[in-house]
Design a protein around this ligand. Structure first.
Ligand code: SF4
Length: 239
């Protein structure tokens, strides 16, 4: 049984791992911590808003403009803002654009995108454009498809928050470790935590594998796992 002491130790371990992932080599003083870590994590600022702000996706995109708020702007061809139904009940959040997405300015249009479309349309029986909205935690392609760095995630995060505020979905699905960790504000061991429900600013949040992980590790077990996760999402949506 998980005692309160053990739970606290696990939370402390997760928090310290998250600090390490953010690039800290020692525990920062409280002021620095509050200033820096709060910016890195979406959950604290959102939890006070509870998606109450009235804002349109168009206004968010206008505010983003020809963004140069982080170094990812230097190598991009196109900003990949997001696509789908602005009033969707279901939003998928991925990590960042790849080469195809950068080329076309649209999210999930490459190989991973085809896999995601297959999951949505064949697996869930939904229409990708009509029933979902898809975006990423960073809107410009990280060079060589590397993971987005903490300062890049931090610079782009306010726009992800506003996108979600504009759409107000019933369910968010975080695709993979980066999206899950950004939305929950801690390092998420995705293999362990996929398939579990969480909350993001009052909205149900499901964690699952990124389609590219599924392509790389195309096992029956992984496919079944994503299928089960999406069944839970459909149930929550009443579909
Ligand atoms: S990743 Fe986000 S914050 Fe960075 S330049 Fe692109 S749009 Fe701006």
């Amino acid at each position: 049984m998980e005692t309160p002491k053990r739970k606290a130790l696990i939370e402390l371990k997760n928090y310290l791992t998250h600090l390490k992932d953010l690039g800290y080599t020692e525990i920062p003083c409280e002021t620095e911590l509050l200033a820096n870590v709060a910016q890195e994590t979406a959950q604290p600022s959102l939890s006070t808003n509870k998606m109450s702000k009235n804002i349109s996706l168009g206004a968010v995109q206008k505010e983003l403009g020809d963004c140069t708020r982080c170094k990812l702007s230097e190598g991009r061809k196109n900003i990949v803002f997001g696509s789908g139904n602005a009033n969707a009940d279901l939003v998928f959040v991925g990590e960042g654009p790849g080469a195809d997405e950068d080329e076309q300015g649209l999210p999930f249009v490459g190989r991973s995108g085809k896999k995601l479309t297959e999951i949505i349309e064949k697996g869930m029986g939904l229409n990708r454009e009509k029933d979902t909205y898809i975006c990423n935690i960073v809107k410009c392609r990280p060079p060589g498809n590397r993971d987005p760095e903490p300062d890049e995630v931090s610079a782009c995060n306010p726009f992800l928050i506003e996108q979600l505020q504009a759409i107000k979905p019933k369910v968010i699905v975080a695709l993979g470790k980066s999206a899950s960790s950004t939305l929950l504000g801690r390092t998420v061991p995705i293999v362990k935590e996929r398939g579990t429900w969480h909350e993001y600013a009052g909205i149900k949040l499901m964690l699952t594998f990124h389609p590219s992980y599924l392509i790389r590790f195309y096992t029956l077990e992984n496919r079944k796992a994503v299928h089960e996760d999406m069944k839970k999402v459909l149930k929550e949506l009443g579909r």
